[in-house]
Ligand binder design. Structure first.
Ligand SMILES: Nc1ncnc2c1ncn2[C@@H]1O[C@H](COP(=O)(O)OP(=O)(O)OP(=O)(O)O)[C@@H](O)[C@H]1O
Ligand SMILES: [Mg+2]
Length: 284
C-alpha cells in the first residue's frame, strides 16, 4: 500500500512546490500507472513513496506519505528499503559502485537483509534466468549497455522481494523484446500482494498491465481511474501526454462518423478491433 495524504513537496533549490496536495491511496496488490509530461513531478512522487524524500533529498514537505504500513518520514531509510524497492529512471545511478560483477550487485542488498546463502543463490539465479541476463552474471555492471543496466537494476530490486515496488520508466532504454521481459516479470508478480507504482511512457503496455492510471501535470493529479478511460481522455495532449495510435485512429474515425456512438475510444489493439468491428457492422 502507498498512501499520499495532502502531500506537497519542494526541493531545497525549488522556487515553487513540485508536488501540490497529492491525495492518492494505492491499495495493496494494485498496479498503479503514472504518466505526465517531462518535469511534471513523476520521479519526485516515486522518490517520496520510496523514502528518498525526505530522508536523502531534504526539501520542504507537508502532509503524509505512508508506504507498506510505515509513515515514511518517521521511519529510517534503512528500514523503508527493506520493504520498498525503487528502480531509478537512470539505471547507471542505481549501480552500488561497491561490487565488480552483476552477480555481486544482485547479492549486495540480500547480504544487507541477512538472507541465507543458499536462498540468496536460488533467488539470484532465478532472477538472472527470468530476465534473461544470466550471461551477464560475471560482467561489471559498468560495462553494460543502458538496457542491460536497466534489467540488472530491476533484478537487484526484485530479488529483495519488496512489498512495494516503484519503477521509474523501467523500459526506457530497452528494445521491444527487453520491454516484454520486464512486463512479463511484473505480470508474474501479480497476485503476490505486491503494490506497484509504475511510471511508464509506453501507454499501450500501461493500459494492458496497470489496474489504474494517474495523470500528473505541474505537480497535481489531473486524472485518476481505469487505464482505458484515462488514456483515451481527449485532454491528455493539454497535459503533455501522448495518445496511442489506436486512440488516434479511432478519434479520426469518430470525426468521420465511423466510430460506434457512445463507445469509448480504444487504447489497446483488442478494444480497437472490437470498436472497428462494430463500426463495420460485422459484415463478414
Ligand atoms: N534533485 C532535484 N533538485 C531540484 N529540483 C529537482 C530535482 N529533481 C527534479 N527537480 C525538478 O522538479 C520538477 C519535477 O521533476 P521530476 O524529475 O519529478 O519530473 P518527471 O515528471 O519525472 O520528469 P521526466 O519525465 O523528465 O522524468 C522539475 O521541475 C525538475 O526540474
Ligand atoms: Mg522522471
Amino acid at each position: 500500500m502507498i498512501e499520499f495524504s495532502r502531500f506537497s513537496y519542494a526541493y531545497p533549490t525549488s522556487t515553487a512546490p513540485v508536488l501540490r496536495d497529492i491525495e492518492v491511496a494505492i491499495p495493496e496488490g494494485q498496479v498503479c500507472g503514472l504518466v505526465g509530461a517531462g518535469g511534471a513531478g513523476k520521479s519526485t512522487l516515486g522518490y517520496a513513496a520510496a523514502g528518498l524524500i525526505p530522508h536523502a533529498l531534504g526539501g520542504d514537505f507537508t502532509g503524509r506519505v505512508t508506504t507498506a504500513g510505515r509513515v515514511v518520514a518517521d521511519t529510517p531509510l534503512a528500514e523503508v528499503v527493506t520493504e520498498v524497492g525503487l528502480v531509478l529512471q537512470n539505471p547507471f545511478n542505481q549501480i552500488s559502485g561497491a561490487k565488480y560483477s552483476v552477480r555481486a550487485e544482485l547479492a549486495f542488498g540480500l547480504e544487507n537483509l541477512g538472507v541465507a546463502r543458499t536462498e540468496m543463490v536460488d533467488r539470484i539465479d532465478g532472477m538472472l534466468e527470468r530476465l534473461q541476463i544470466a550471461h551477464l552474471a560475471e560482467r561489471s555492471p559498468y560495462e553494460l549497455s543502458g538496457g542491460q543496466q536497466q534489467l540488472v537494476a530491476l533484478a537487484a530490486v526484485l530479488v529483495m522481494k519488496p512489498r512495494v515496488l516503484v519503477l521509474d520508466e523501467p523500459t526506457s532504454q530497452l528494445d521491444p523484446a527487453g520491454s516484454r521481459l520486464v512486463f512479463a516479470a511484473l505480470e508474474e508478480l501479480r497476485g503476490t500482494g505486491i503494490t506497484v507504482l509504475l511510471i511508464e511512457q509506453k501507454l499501450e503496455q500501461l493500459a494492458e498491465y496497470a489496474d489504474r492510471v494517474l495523470v500528473l501535470a505541474e505537480g497535481s493529479v489531473r486524472l485518476d481511474g481505469e487505464p482505458e478511460r484515462v488514456l483515451a481522455d481527449p485532454r491528455l495532449p493539454e497535459w503533455g501526454v501522448g495518445t496511442t495510435r489506436f486512440t488516434d485512429a479511432a478519434r479520426r474515425a469518430a470525426e468521420l462518423g465511423r466510430w460506434p456512438a457512445g463507445r469509448d475510444l480504444p487504447v489497446t489493439l483488442p478494444t480497437a478491433v472490437a470498436g472497428f468491428t462494430e463500426a463495420l457492422g460485422e459484415t463478414r
